[in-house]
Design a protein around this ligand. Structure first.
Ligand SMILES: [Zn+2]
Length: 97
């Protein structure tokens, strides 16, 4: 039980850090429109964290220089969160079998 509480707290801690960073990056984002008034989408995906974003949005982080990820500062937290969730899913599957 304690283990579950500790893990839940850790997931919440990591999520707060990641969400705050994503919010900070896209705060005040401006869309670019094509000649027909349609929002331009240039979807990019990070090879390290697997997160996708519209790189045509104008923020202080996007468009990103090539091979850069706007979420670089929270890669470590994203990695830890994925590991925790994977571990937890594995244990849940064992219990429900
Ligand atoms: Zn990334």
């Amino acid at each position: 039980m304690l283990k579950t509480i500790e893990r839940t707290k850790e997931i919440i801690r990591l999520r707060r850090i990641i969400d705050a960073e994503v919010k900070r990056i896209f705060q005040g984002a401006r869309e670019q429109l094509d000649e027909n008034g349609k929002v331009i989408e240039q979807i990019a995906t990070c090879g390290e964290c697997g997160t996708s974003w519209n790189d045509a949005l104008i923020t202080s982080y996007t468009p990103t220089p090539s091979a850069r990820c706007p979420f670089e500062y929270v890669h470590q937290e994203m990695r830890e969160l994925r590991q925790l969730q994977r571990k937890w899913n594995g244990e849940l599957q064992k219990v429900t079998r």
